[in-house]
Design a protein around this ligand. Sequence first.
Ligand SMILES: [Mg+2]
Length: 427
Amino acid sequence: MGVGLEGMARRAVFLDRDGVINAAIIRAGKPYPPASVTDVVLLEGAEDSLARLRERGFLLVVVTNQPDVRRGTTQRKDVEEIHRFLAAKLPLDDFFVCYHDDEDDCACRKPQPGLLKQAADKYNIDIAQSYLIGDRWRDIDAGAAAGCRTVFIDHRYNERRSRLAPDIRVDSLSEAVDRILQDIEPRSHPLRNLKVKIFADGANLAEMCDLYRNPIISGFTTNPTLMRKAGVADYERFAKDVLGAIPDRPISFEVFSDEFEEMERQALKIASWGDNVFVKIPVTNTRGESAASLICRLSGRGVQLNVTALMTIKQVLEVSRAMSACPAGYISVFAGRIADTGRDPVPVMREAVEILNECGNLELIWASPRELLNIFQCDAIGCHVITATRDILDKLPTVGKSLNEYSLETVKMFRDDAIRAGFHIDC
Ligand SMILES: [Mg+2]
């Protein structure tokens, strides 16, 4: 890159360091930097992901807060040694480091945009055409303050999130790169700009495998009703087949006992089937007794949960409190069923988003959608996930379609059906 481009502003990807290109050290759910170069572990696929960005002409600049130097727990030479190591292993152009702490009130410690601005000045970077990839609120806020597009890698840390919605939310660096490369395609498509994650709701293994190949599908949910309809007879066999085929995206499987003690045993068993398993627990049993204590116990035992069948804000508050120790979890509010009662689900969902954004470890699922438009309603209010059944997913190709073209197709459909039916009117 660079040949013939001297003098032109370049676009860059600003990369946070720990948790973005190398693994952060996790203690009590919070990320910390590796103390020295011997503790540095590159994240899987980092080299390949960065190479893909560089191929497309992006300058790759690390922007990192290293306050432990100011705090006296790390030496600057150790940080610099880590950067020499990273520069040798990965296609990176430069490192901009803030060694201050909050009390220094500097202009470079993220969420301040100073590091990005220093890099932009040095390399003539067009910030508005650039991206920041980060895993913490300080990164997202710094990127937004500088004026670039922000990509949040969600490692589900036990800490607060940015109050600013990132432009793109993903689960890994490679996914971040996929989304950036899609984003710079010149054609505009409404699906490309969605922040909401789409989970496919289903219980047909072949269909699930098919959807797994579609990058727009970020996860899967199942439920006993769908499994019964799909003819699943052996629950555990089915779950293991699914997990064998889909090892790296979240999948929810539901308990089916009506007694909390038995539910707990089922939940622990289901959780043991895979790291990407989320155990679905209904908000109450069939007697209407709250599952909150069970949810609290399972959360404390480190089980990833998806608490389901909620419809009220009171339930969201109770369940989110019960899930405070949960390593990562979803709360499924049945927006479609709320709509079936003649109530607009959007205000309830918006309030639920605000509650869960305060939690850090939880995401809201818009469950039981009724139409494709719900994906866009969900996205507009910052709801994290929507589950969609096959009938809704099948309509995705019509997103953005010309209404004139669609109108004409509709007229033709009526005409063709009348001819096929052999209708005639004597006149
Ligand atoms: Mg980080």
